[in-house]
Unconditional design. Structure first.
Length: 154
């Protein structure tokens, strides 16, 4: 199954530009959501999302902490990319059901869990799917990074 492109939430673009998000030092988590979450680029904070995958089979509410987060020069001049190491979700003791989206959230910011800023999201498949007990779901960043930041070059 091929994942779609990562899409940066609109509010995250502003926060990145004004220093409100620090992608390589803040604690970022990846959470899984169902199709009914209706994840959209206009969402800005955690409390605006519903339908997170149930906390079963080793999955925890608000997902898992990302490791290896970095912001670095991209393959082309003038391009900066954000990336992280692959995140593995294991279905231990129960299946992970109705998975559709992965969402990255900054858990360092926000006075409460509901106010934590959303960074980006990806449709992992065109339809929801399950991860049966004993299996894993690995979400790997694209080779060129999760997303890039470019600007005018002339």
């Amino acid at each position: 199954m091929a994942a779609g492109n990562w899409i940066v939430f609109n509010a995250a673009k502003t926060k990145l530009a004004n220093g409100g998000l620090d992608l390589d030092t803040d604690t970022l988590k990846m959470a899984l959501f169902r199709t009914s979450a209706a994840v959209a680029r206009t969402s800005s904070i955690w409390s605006q999302l519903a339908s997170e995958v149930s906390a079963l089979g080793g999955y925890s509410v608000q997902g898992k902490t990302l490791a290896g987060c970095s912001v670095k020069a991209g393959g082309s001049a003038g391009v900066t990319v954000f990336t992280h190491t692959a995140k593995v979700f294991s279905a231990n003791g129960a299946s992970l059901k109705n998975v559709r989206y992965a969402v990255i959230v900054d858990t360092t910011k926000g006075a409460s869990a509901g106010n934590r800023p959303l960074v980006c999201f990806c449709a992992l498949s065109s339809a929801q799917f399950g991860v049966t007990t004993g299996n894993t779901l690995t979400v790997s960043p694209p080779a060129g990074g999760v997303f890039d930041i470019t600007g005018a070059t002339a």
